[in-house]
Design a protein around this ligand. Sequence first.
Ligand SMILES: Cc1cc2nc3c(=O)[nH]c(=O)nc-3n(C[C@H](O)[C@H](O)[C@H](O)COP(=O)(O)O)c2cc1C
Length: 233
Amino acid sequence: MYYDLKSTQFYPTYLRALWRTLLPDAMLAPRLGRREADIKNRMVAPQLKNFEGILSTDVKHDEGSKVEAFVKETFDASLCWEDIEWLKSITNLPILIKGVLTHEVARKAVEVGVAGIVVSNHGGRQLDYTPTTISVLEEVVDAVGRKVPVLLDGGVRRGTDVFKALALGAQAVLVGRPVIYGLAANGERGVRRITEMLKDKFELTMALCGCPVVMDITRSHVRTECDKLHSML
Ligand SMILES: Cc1cc2nc3c(=O)[nH]c(=O)nc-3n(C[C@H](O)[C@H](O)[C@H](O)COP(=O)(O)O)c2cc1C
């Protein structure tokens, strides 16, 4: 069945239909995903400097993840598109919406007036079977049509990942865990090293792809699974 689908034009459509059934709403996680490892390990949010009183560990639950219990008590599950309007009314800061994975949601986000979009599946930590962000980036970029910047996060581990995202239309990428790993391994130096590694490999990729400046990175520098399928038709 996989082979048949792959050899027809319906393959991407089918795959997208499948994904849609599992796509979480883009509104900044109204609830926490079921993080089984956290539940098993009875995860406790550490008391972080500068977050005193915000990220509390003081939750009265004896079992399961305390992060889950904390989120239940603090997150507002009624969060919806209208809240963007309210957010805009209380700040002059640009509001970016994170967690966008489809063209429908991207268009809606532009419609409600966000300043930017982050294509993200929250590091794959919220819901299993969400698509990889790189695989839906182009769909979002096309839907947004340069009206606002589109950023991407999730799985950016090498300079080549940065290059691929820019070639597919992202204006920038964001990294999560690599920075945390660098911090855990070697503190501030570790974080610097991670950013240097990403930057160096990105520059090398540009050089090897014949791109002296970032503006030279184009869509033709990458070939996606969809491109391969189209070329077979
Ligand atoms: C420890 C940890 C905590 C996170 N907390 C949040 C959060 O509170 N809200 C959110 O939108 N994303 C959260 N994320 C997801 C990150 O913002 C980001 O989308 C993700 O880590 C990017 O993927 P990467 O780690 O593969 O680079 C968290 C990620 C990690 C690793």
